[in-house]
Design a protein around this ligand. Structure first.
Ligand code: A4P
Ligand code: MG
Length: 188
């Protein structure tokens, strides 16, 4: 464990938080599934909903393979730093190795998108995630769960942000399961 705050923040209240999941190395489906299981097993975290899984074209400079992306909604009593520590531990358990460059291929990336309506900009933790409004691979799955959720900095709903995002066609629904792994169009 890290030295992050314990599982009960002062008010002991639960908050809805949204976590983005991404994988483009190894058994991508297995990494996403393991992340959800690991979150479910965490004291102070309840996974209340998970979006569809999408196959997405890689965004960013290094050449790399396509991602699977999804978003999970959590009901949590963990403080933001404790939740982030938990996400980093789960990434490490799934074999995440941090390369020198940003945006490099990874077995598992877990980003904290929203923590209630909290806004925070501190070294090592920025909430809402600073790039979420630019990214179809985040907004399309987030729309499955919370289209009317309002971004506390931008004052726009997730659905409004998703309508404006570039290249939504690079995000297609992905059939999970042993026999049906063929990507499908998101609106089918
Ligand atoms: N950190 C600060 N705020 C947060 C937050 N809200 N959630 C800090 C998570 N972490 C946060 O993260 C570096 C540090 O950011 C963490 O240690 C934490 O203290 P990282 O995961 O090592 O870095 P990264 O993921 O390479 O960088 P970044 O800027 O988070 O990149 P993204 O936004 O995660 O982009 N293309 C597709 N199609 N799908 C993807 O999922 N992902 C990326 C990575 C690039 N291209 C992609 C995808
Ligand atoms: Mg990340």
């Amino acid at each position: 464990m890290t030295g992050a705050p314990g599982p009960h923040p002062p008010q002991g209240r639960a908050v809805d938080a949204y976590v983005a999941l991404g994988s483009n190395l190894g058994d991508r489906e297995a990494h996403l599934a393991a992340a959800i299981e690991a979150l479910r097993a965490r004291p102070g975290v309840r996974v209340t909903s998970v979006s569809k899984v999408y196959q997405t074209a890689p965004v960013g400079p290094p050449p790399q393979g396509p991602y699977l992306n999804a978003v999970a909604r959590l009901r949590t009593q963990l403080a933001p730093r404790a939740l982030l520590a938990c996400l980093l531990e789960i990434e490490a358990a799934e074999g995440r190795v941090r390369e020198a460059g940003r945006w490099s291929a990874r077995t598992l990336d877990l980003d904290l998108l929203f923590y209630g309506s909290l806004t925070l900009d501190e070294p090592g933790l920025c909430v809402p995630h600073p790039h979420l409004h630019e990214r179809a691979f985040v907004l399309v799955p987030l729309c499955d769960l919370a289209p009317r959720l309002v971004h506390p900095r931008l004052g726009k709903t997730v659905a409004e942000l998703a309508q404006k995002v570039r290249d939504p066609g690079a995000v297609v629904a992905f059939q999970i399961g042993p026999r049906a792994r063929t990507p499908q169009k998101a609106n089918e």
